[in-house]
Design a protein around this ligand. Sequence first.
Ligand code: TRP
Length: 464
Amino acid sequence: MAHNSLEPRDSFSSKFGVIAAAAGSAIGLGNIWRFPYILGENGGGAFLLVYLVFIIAIGVPVMMSEFVIGRNAQRNPVGAFKKIRPGKPWYLVGLLGVVSAFIILAFYTVVAGWTLEYLVQSVIWLVSPSKYGFSSMDTAELRNFFTDQFHNFQHGSWRPVIWFGVIMIFTGLIVISGVKDGIEKYAKILMPLLLVLLIVLVIRALTLDGARQGVVFLFKPDFSLIKTSTVLEALGQAFFSLSIGMGTLITYGSYIPRKENLGSTALNVALADTFIAVIAGLAIFPAVFAFNISPDAGPDLVYITLPVIFSKMTAGMVWAFIFFLLLCFAAVTSTISVLEVIVAYFSEELKMKRRNATILAMISVGFLGLLCTFSWNVLSDFRIMGKTVFGLFNASPDILLPLGGLFIVVFVGWIMQKKVVKEELSSNGIYKVRFMNVFIFLVKFVAPLAIAIVFLNGLGILRL
Ligand code: TRP
């Protein structure tokens, strides 16, 4: 599917396709891996409440802004700013997004690759319960497996590199197939499947003895646990989880047919994303409490704590398999959305064929990803600002996304003509825009201010 100016621009084909693709981008490791551990570290229910407020008051307006820019311009993020505000440096916001896409895709694909290792481990366990897999490992052994055996090339383990490559190639193949025949098609299959698998897991978790405590932890807000850092982490997580702040949804917005309602699309996507995060919590915390494991295990929660839980469950390998399979699906519908930003940029701005653009993007992200996987071995002593390459990349969304998001809402709130914004939100008059003034107030004042606070905090300039 080469794209050139003679061909009509590729687009999504249906309302369900639009929502599946955008929700596919939003729902990912951020919901199932990141959300539970951050919530666990921040006291549970209270975090959830703050998070929900941010999703509605900031997340949805930013998402709508990205859709408005993308659909109005019918371009990749760089081209979109160039088209709407020609001759002004606004296109740099798009460029920042493309750079962020390289960084996020590199570390995210590495984490997604770990999922494949665990998937294979569950199959090995399934086939040969007594000998292999993590069936018999306790927490310490799993930690050792995860950080030493799995990552240490001296043990002959190039597996993280291989798994990274597998996810990268899979992602690339879907993206090469195009927007409608690749991204939309796979999202429509994988997203419903993910929902079913997750519901199966939730039922399993909720029927464990002692599950109740996990539910209480998730839903009962203890306000004494809300700290400034909780508030700021909640906002960062909202950005990451909704895929906002780097032009992913500008790109997807440019593929949304003219007749679709952008406001309700954004609302549906935010709802789906939040719903999945909450039920991921419902799959994880009842199990965590049922087996007396600490909920604040941090980033290890999914990759070290959960396998221990699975190993204690009857038919644990089946649950492990289901869980890591769904994590893998969730990750891939997100990686394609990040890769698409780079591919759309290469093909439209640098006039490359879609296939060549994808291959070039994969090779360059592949190089960065390699540096990330080397963070546990070859490059473990190499530090930038005290962090390994992986550590640096993993921490960067907290700065890059709010910065991008800030410019995006300012652009829609202050720079774009209100008339044009309204035309997009009403799809040229098809829909009544009931909350126009609320939306304008949010993008002009509330969102920029709130984002600025997180951003300054992220840089350490403002310590609240
Ligand atoms: N939102 C995805 C997740 O939760 C990750 C993701 C995809 C993303 N595209 C993005 C994050 C763009 C930030 C920006 O897993």
